[in-house]
Write a protein that binds this ligand. Structure first.
Ligand SMILES: O=C(O)CCC(=O)C(=O)O
Ligand SMILES: [Fe+2]
Length: 210
């Protein structure tokens, strides 16, 4: 598959993927009902290079999914890596280890799985949902999302109603949803008619969270 991506095409300084610090560069926002998000813009340098690699090496699958009574196309490509699976790029193994170290005391367990989503253009999306399959239905946990490629909006809104928050995530940005976020808030990557380039998100989760 060949994807032309704005920004990197004429960029002579294309650099190898490399993670920056976490530590004090991570900015926390407390949400309602015991939910929070951490944001670390540009955590992964050389993110466009990782995007290009992932487009090629990941065995992307188109999925169909049961939605209530209907089976619908999932408008994005996906690939899931379980805890025994080798991730498709060494820098993603490093990211998983760095996140596990950074959140060790607070989370009490490592990030073990990685879900990858490929939003090819503005028609690809994910509808409002919480990641509530498994323990996250009843327990506090964390889902860490690394974004590469062109930015897309990730929206968050409280299940109890209220304003939504919008983040533009791409080019190596990190966003971590924590606390009760999966149970008490929802998130979405909405479709857009604006011309947007392709984005890949990598979601790291602990065991039993999906
Ligand atoms: O692509 C994203 O940033 C979000 C993906 C997501 O919410 C999911 O796969 O559960
Ligand atoms: Fe999700």
């Amino acid at each position: 598959m060949s994807i032309a991506m704005q920004g990197s095409l004429f960029d002579s300084s294309v650099s190898a993927p490399e993670l920056g610090e976490l530590g004090a560069t991570v900015r926390r926002t407390e949400l309602t009902a015991g939910a929070w998000i951490d944001v670390r813009p540009g955590w992964l340098g050389g993110a466009d290079e990782l995007f290009t690699r992932l487009v090629d090496v990941v065995p992307w699958r188109a999925e169909r999914r049961q939605m209530y009574e209907r089976v619908v196309d999932v408008p994005r490509l996906v690939c899931w890596y379980g805890e025994e699976d080798r991730l498709p790029d060494p820098v993603l193994e490093q990211a998983k280890a760095a996140l596990s170290a950074h959140y060790r005391d607070e989370l009490g367990e490592p990030f073990l799985t990685a879900g990858l989503c490929f939003y090819r253009d503005g028609r690809d999306s994910v509808a409002w949902h919480g990641d509530t399959i498994g323990r996250s239905k009843t327990e506090d946990t964390m889902v860490a999302i690394l974004s590469v490629g062109e930015p897309r909006s990730l929206l968050l809104r409280p299940r109890s109603g209220g304003e939504s928050l919008r983040f533009h995530l791409g080019h190596g940005d990190l966003l971590v949803m924590g606390g009760s976020c999966q149970r008490t808030w929802e998130h979405a990557v909405p479709k857009t008619a604006r011309p947007v380039g392709p984005r890949i998100s990598i979601q790291f989760r602990p065991r039993g969270v999906a």
